[in-house]
Design a protein around this ligand. Structure first.
Ligand code: HEM
Length: 497
């Protein structure tokens, strides 16, 4: 009986709630007179059309074909989202400093990340961005090469076990490696994700990434009230307990270590590279408005790096490896470059990594076709005019980088994998290539990511010949928090002699 009451009341409550939001939603039809979009249903809008993460990219590409580089998309009972893949509007949105904040989708990450750099805005974001920028100075990044090297060595050992198989999914191996890298560089601890696959911490990271995306696309879970009744909410509570406990205990431990140090030594070492440091050490030593950051502020930034810095690089590395495996001509040139740089098997220097010019083009081209963050959102906090388009206050704009990168106006034969196309890109259209976003809210970790990706892929290239999977593998792209492939990213490996 109790079950029947609950099973009636909850759906009824959800429908009434949706109706209430729908009736209250301001009409923005007058603003979007000239913007088309797929047909909508009452209350749920286009939620069914865009509900499947595995189809959203294809459907958005179809919308670009049918309606152009700007189209309307309505998820749930409120009319409020437009999707943009048009150069001028992307430029206008991303270069704006004032009128935009992150879209509502990011709110689903707040229980984990608080208002760290990715999710925060306003004066706090500005101060923290300024405070964190020196942490990505090349002198600091240079010290992480050892971490890339040791995590990469563990990865090679794991991959060796896959040699000779006709086909295997490289993505889970790369993800765990990326998680080891980000944990060690951010928190200065090793979680051995590659060796301890049952780790609660690793599992919790994965669950939170999944839940954040599911909530963004679900017309029911996007609202807190119905979400509190879902299984995901129960999983989230457990995952957050594990994640926050871990970062809080590392911060506490590091703080105690720091407190034991004489003040003069702390001041002398602050934001310098006299001693090897993780991001957390730099954040602990930093000050904002003349005061050190609180435990909670540090936790938010540490968790933000953990979230923003591992799945993105894992996705990018896996797709780059897939592209190399399926383009032997490109792989040959990339391998010859490695041979020219390395004699024997030594650790690369920062200069070596800078010299991997062709590998850099391979990674860039792979990020063009497979941007780790294929969609990112902004919310207008006041009416914004971009050319003829006015985005009213409160509406969401989704920047569709996946679509921008496939615009034939900027990329000839856009579906073709051609690293050399970057030789001819003259920087006249900086907003046509935006895997790391652009403008004031661009990716702070871009240089770190490029170094990590070059280090790891260079190791793989020098050790294995990458081959296409047998039978040939066709990716089924899926836009979760980051770009993935539903059926894995399969390749074949052969040991180089
Ligand atoms: C291939 C790897 C990566 C890609 C493709 C990537 C992409 C992006 C994109 C598109 C954004 C903008 C998101 C938005 O506007 O909402 C972003 C922001 C950000 N990324 Fe990355 N990222 C990568 C690696 C990293 C790494 C390794 C770190 C940290 C170590 C990092 C930390 C951040 C942070 C903190 C932000 C927010 C910056 C701000 O708003 O001020 N990312 N990233």
């Amino acid at each position: 009986m109790e079950l029947t009451v609950t099973s009636l009341i909850v759906p009824l409550g959800i429908v009434l709630f949706a109706l209430w939001r729908w009736l209250r939603a301001p009409s923005n039809r007058k603003y979007y007179k000239n913007v088309s979009g797929p047909p909508t249903l009452p209350l749920i809008g286009n939620a069914l059309y865009f509900s499947s993460t595995s189809e959203i990219l294809d459907r958005m590409m179809k919308c670009i074909k049918d309606y152009g580089g700007i189209f309307k998309m309505e998820i749930g009972p409120i009319q409020k989202t437009i999707v943009v893949a048009d150069y001028k509007i992307v430029e206008c949105m991303l270069s704006s400093t004032k009128e935009l904040t992150k879209s509502e989708g990011y709110a689903f990450a707040i229980p984990w990340l608080g208002t760290g750099l990715l999710t925060g805005d306003g004066p706090k974001w500005k101060k923290h961005r300024r405070m964190l920028t020196p942490a990505f100075h090349f002198k600091i990044l240079e010290q992480f090469i050892d971490v890339f090297e040791s995590c990469g060595n563990t990865l090679l050992k794991k991959l060796e076990q896959e040699v000779g198989k006709d086909s295997f999914d490289v993505y889970p191996f790369i993800t765990l490696c990326a998680l080891d890298v980000i944990c060690e560089t951010t928190m200065g601890i090793s979680i051995n994700a590659q060796d301890d696959v049952t780790s609660e911490y690793v599992h919790s990271v994965k669950e939170m990434c999944r839940i954040i995306m599911e909530r963004a696309l679900s017309p029911i879970q996007m609202f807190d009230l119905p979400y509190f009744f879902t299984k995901n909410y129960r999983i989230q509570r457990k995952a957050l307990r594990i994640l926050h406990e871990k970062s809080n205990s590392v911060i506490k431990h590091k703080r105690e270590e720091l407190e034991k140090k004489p003040k003069e030594v702390i001041e002398e070492e602050a934001f310098t590279i006299k001693k090897k440091k993780a991001f957390i050490d730099l954040i602990l030593e930093a000050t904002v408005d003349g005061r050190p950051l609180t435990q909670e502020e540090i936790r938010q930034e540490v968790d933000t790096f953990m979230f923003a810095g591992h799945d993105t690089t894992a996705s990018a590395m896996s797709f780059a490896i897939y592209c190399l495996a399926n383009h032997p001509d490109v792989q040959k040139i990339a391998f010859e470059e490695q041979q020219a740089i390395f004699e024997g098997n030594r650790t690369p220097t920062y200069a070596d990594l800078q010299n991997m010019k062709y590998l850099e083009k391979v990674i860039k081209e792979s990020l063009r076709l497979y941007p780790s963050v294929p969609i990112y959102g902004r919310k207008a906090i006041e009416d914004i005019q971009c050319g003829d388009l006015i985005v009213p206050k409160g509406d969401t704009v989704l920047i569709f980088s996946y679509g921008v990168h496939r615009d034939p106006k900027y990329f000839v034969d856009p579906e073709k994998f051609d690293p050399n196309r970057f030789d001819n890109i003259d920087g006249k259209f900086p907003y046509s290539y935006i895997p790391f976003s652009a403008g004031p809210r661009n990716c702070i970790g871009q240089k770190f990511a490029m170094l990590e990706m070059k280090s790891v892929i260079s190791k793989i290239l020098r050790t294995f010949e990458l081959q296409p999977a047998v039978p040939q593998h066709t990716l089924k792209l899926v836009s979760e928090t980051v770009l993935k492939s539903l059926n894995g990213i399969k390749i074949r490996l052969k040991l180089r002699s």
